[in-house]
Design a protein around this ligand. Structure first.
Ligand code: F6P
Length: 522
């Protein structure tokens, strides 16, 4: 990285972007407007009226916060909590349109979209999560669900469409008054209609949309009524560039457009869609982690404090999993595979502990509450089956709650990291584990995780429904010669070190820059 000085024309930004390359020029010349449902922080109001801000959770927020550090970007997000709404109202009262999220250290600013509680509930808890997330992770038991009813349509029109329109209008307000056309970077499945709405209001807009989650085949999209799936595709085609995590998901999107959007032209070779006189680029940009920050947190004082009590959960062998309590993570099957492993290899009783660090998630959605219950019931059953009262051994422990330093502290010590998701856009847990683990631990990775494409060669791969195969993989991992574990561990670490999250950002900006240049030369 070049050292930056005030008048050095080749200076790099804090993100390592070089002002001489196309990506660097984009951020130097244009305002970045990033929009996502969840913002970088959630606010709470203290008794004295002041506000405290807590960093938002999840891969999207972590990745985007990392790449925006040091950028003078504007981040537009929904007010998700009462604290967010009060903070937004306080800003309005003070005549501020922009909020500084983390205090004076941050250069990016925040603008809130303020839907009514009811509209937000319909958009987030009825459409985005139980419908779109479930569809895009193949989570339905299709003979029984979903049922698209008048209630779904109501939530679509009054929630999803309404909140997307509010985002589009807020983004347009942020564009107004800027001398140069800004770059709009939309994030994820909550905002599928936004690109089209912005394009209608501002035909010259530069819009990119990155989808963090998988994109299923067109056959599965047929479970949504034609009007909805077409609105989603056409909304996205309002953008200039649409990014996915993997080439497979990008290709599925092209198939879906070809299947459901009338008068569309699809070029699989170029990865483009032509529609209504415009050409839209469809590409893949695998997301990653901020390697420096992850290492720093893993060795921070807070993480070190956990070293005092975490070892009480470890054993001769330790299997770890880290997830939100989320059906797509396939946690229950992972426990069942461990049960099967203990049945087949009783010599491991008393010697191996399975630790699941779990964060409850989306508890307003029934399916998530039920899944958490299923997890607890399965752990209860397995522990009752094997627990040894004499030695005090209990095979599975769930550690509940949200602490990133604790997660990273635990990752340093696993022998096996189990990532058996049904399907995952990427799965950053696998990348974090590969980077910070210090025991040459083996990663058992689902073929359905986007990370499989980059890391698969050095992991033990499993098919997500294959309980027997996953049990065998656990056995293979625990009996693997140490030299083999070391070889795999080293290869995984090097791979992750070379694909930092900044690459993900830089590659997207480079494509946006190329688009801007080609527009200017027309
Ligand atoms: O961060 C991972 C992720 O799966 C993103 O793709 C998505 O936007 C986000 O989680 C949604 O999570 P939540 O509902 O907690 O905001």
């Amino acid at each position: 990285m070049t050292v930056s000085t005030k008048d050095d024309k080749r200076a790099t930004t804090p993100n390592g972007l070089d002002s001489h390359d196309v990506a660097g020029q984009v951020v130097e010349e244009r305002q970045l407007l990033v929009a996502s449902n969840r913002g970088p922080v959630t606010f709470s109001q203290r008794a004295d009226g002041s506000f405290s801000a807590r960093q938002g959770s999840g891969g999207l927020v972590t990745a985007v916060s990392a790449v925006l550090q040091g950028q003078q970007a504007i981040w537009i997000a929904a007010a998700m909590t009462a604290g967010d709404r009060t903070r937004a109202a306080a800003a309005e009262e003070a005549g501020e349109t922009l909020i500084t999220p983390h205090g004076s250290g941050s250069r990016f600013k925040l603008r809130f979209v303020l839907p009514t509680t009811e509209a937000y509930n319909q958009y987030y808890n009825e459409i985005s999560n139980p419908l779109l997330w479930f569809l895009q992770h193949y989570l339905w038991d299709t003979p029984r669900s979903p049922d698209i009813t008048h209630k779904t349509w109501e939530a679509w029109r009054e929630g999803y469409v309404t909140v997307n329109r509010m985002f589009a209008e807020e983004i347009i307000r942020a564009c107004d008054g800027l001398d140069t056309e800004p770059v709009i970077m939309l994030q994820d499945y909550h905002l599928y209609l936004c690109g089209g709405m912005i394009r209608e209001m501002r035909p010259q807009a530069i819009i990119q949309h990155f989808i963090h989650i998988p994109w299923p085949d067109p056959d599965y999209w047929r479970l949504l009524p034609a009007e909805m799936r077409r609105a989603i595709c056409e909304g996205m085609l309002g953008c200039d560039i649409i990014g996915f995590q993997t080439p497979d998901h990008a290709r599925s999107f092209l198939y879906t457009c070809e299947a459901y959007v009338p008068d569309v032209g699809v070029s699989y070779g170029d990865g483009t869609v032509t529609w209504q006189g415009r050409t839209i680029k469809v590409a893949h940009y695998p997301i990653s982690i901020d390697t420096e920050a992850v290492r720093r947190t893993a060795h921070s004082q807070e993480a070190r404090a956990y070293e005092r009590y975490l070892p009480t959960y470890f054993n001769e062998f330790t299997i770890l999993r880290i997830d939100r309590a989320e059906p797509s993570k396939n946690i229950v099957r992972g426990f069942n595979a461990f049960d099967r492993f203990l049945e087949a290899h009783p010599e491991y009783k008393n010697r191996v502990n399975f630790i699941a660090v779990t964060q409850p998630s989306r508890m307003d959605v029934e399916e998530y509450r039920d899944y958490l219950d299923d997890m607890s019931a399965t752990v209860g059953r397995i522990n009752a089956k094997y627990a040894n009262v004499e030695t005090g051994w209990q095979p599975i422990t769930i550690i509940m709650g949200e602490s990133y330093p604790r997660v990273l502290a635990a990752m340093r010590w696993y022998d096996v990291l189990l990532v058996n998701s049904i399907i995952d856009g990427m799965n950053l847990v696998a990348k974090e584990g590969a980077l910070v683990n210090e025991r040459s631990g083996v990663i058992i990775l689902s073929e359905g995780a986007g990370a499989a494409l980059q890391l698969g060669e050095h992991c033990l791969m499993v098919s997500p429904a294959d309980v027997e195969g996953t049990a065998e993989a656990i056995h293979q991992a625990l009996t693997m010669p140490f030299s083999e574990r070391q070889r795999r561990g080293r290869a995984l670490r090097e791979l992750v070190e070379h694909e930092d999250v900044r690459e993900w950002f830089r590659d997207q900006l480079a494509d946006i820059g190329a688009l801007v240049q080609s527009r200017q030369s027309q």
